[in-house]
Design a protein around this ligand. Structure first.
Ligand code: AQP
Length: 323
């Protein structure tokens, strides 16, 4: 099975990105052919600073490697280095219904915040479809927020296949059963999001900051540490995080904290996170001293990705009558 997924180099990676997406990547690389990208062309669909972007691309590579992506097992590369992504995106735009793009929740939300959203933001899901289809991926591990874009990718693949003949597998989404939508620490009704830093707990956060953020996280007025998404979204989010990092089922945690108040539960969660995130911090520090190695991983990854991308494009051009 071939897998594709990406992360945007739009700033520090938070535990939502890790639990929803990257932790799945690390497991999948053991049993599937995995291709992971730093999707920089997606990152430029909203206002950005060019100097920061190039630093963020390097940091995203460090993050992938520090999280356990093994370049011997997976292909890791920067999207914009492979020109076929943008070429295929243009070709796929000719089979993508405009109405579907206008209906995308992410476009609606982000364009509302921006006032003068650009065409790139509207076309974002076509580029995402091209990322996936270029490698003929059969499955795509993502967080819940990307599920709708994946559905559009499926529509695009089917439309292309029916117009030009069987070319692309119709990829399925792989969502984590729990952890596919980690909520913001300061607002459990909103997704933890890089664009809202005050609600984020970052993967490489230092112990003091972990303690401070977890202790200050928003919960409800009740007293019981119990999973109840409707009535206790804050505590439920913290229980999910605790469970995923400790490997203990939520039921077991509820039992453990049956007689505890929120404060001692949060203290224990902070301690768990400090221990669980330590290896990520250590690995990141080590990788930051090995810049040449990190850049070489990206170079080799692009070389391998290019072979697959070029072969798909030759087929697509020929099927579309462009050869
Ligand atoms: N809160 C989340 N819980 C679970 N999974 C999440 N993902 C993002 N937020 C959560 C998943 O992380 C992967 C990489 O995301 P991205 O870099 O493409 O950024 P994004 O989806 O736009 O989400 P961000 O990082 O929080 O940025 P903004 O601020 O733009 O919303 C994806 O698989 C995503 O589903």
């Amino acid at each position: 099975m071939r897998i594709f997924s990406g992360i945007q180099p739009t700033g520090q990676i938070h535990i939502g990105n890790y639990l929803g997406a990257i932790s799945q990547f690390v497991q999948l690389q053991e049993k599937a052919e995995c291709i992971f990208s730093i999707v920089d062309l997606h990152a430029i669909t909203v206002p950005y600073n060019p100097q920061e972007l190039s630093k963020n691309i390097f940091d995203a590579a460090v993050c992938y490697l520090a999280s356990g992506i093994d370049p011997e097992k997976s292909i890791l590369f920067v999207q914009s280095w492979i020109k076929e992504h943008t070429e295929l995106a243009w070709l796929l735009s000719t089979v993508t219904p405009t109405g579907d793009l206008l209906r995308m929740t992410q476009y609606k939300e982000k364009s509302k915040q921006l006032r003068d959203a650009k065409a790139g933001l509207l076309n974002y899901p076509i580029l995402m479809a091209s990322d996936i289809l270029l490698y003929k991926a059969e499955a795509v591990p993502v967080g819940q927020d990307q599920k709708q874009h994946l559905e559009l990718t499926r529509t695009v693949a089917k439309a292309f296949n029916s117009r030009f003949g069987e070319t692309f597998p119709v990829p399925r989404v792989i969502l984590r059963e729990s952890g596919d939508k980690i909520m913001a620490l300061n607002n459990p009704k909103k997704k933890m999001s890089k664009t809202a830093p005050s609600g984020c707990l970052y993967l490489f956060e230092e112990p003091e900051a972990i303690k401070k953020k977890v202790m200050a996280s928003v919960t409800d007025s009740g007293k019981k540490v119990k999973y109840d998404l409707e009535k206790k979204p804050g505590i439920s989010n913290l229980l999910t995080i605790y469970s995923l990092f400790s490997g203990k089922p939520i039921k077991e945690l509820e039992k453990k904290f049956k007689n505890s108040n929120y404060s001692s539960f949060k203290k224990s969660l902070a301690e768990q996170l400090i221990v669980s995130l330590e290896p990520f911090r250590r690995k990141k520090k080590e990788l930051l001293t090995r810049e040449v190695y990190v850049r070489e991983v990206l170079r080799q990854g692009a070389k391998r990705a290019k072979v697959i991308a070029a072969s798909t494009m030759a087929e697509v051009r020929q099927k579309m009558g462009l050869a």
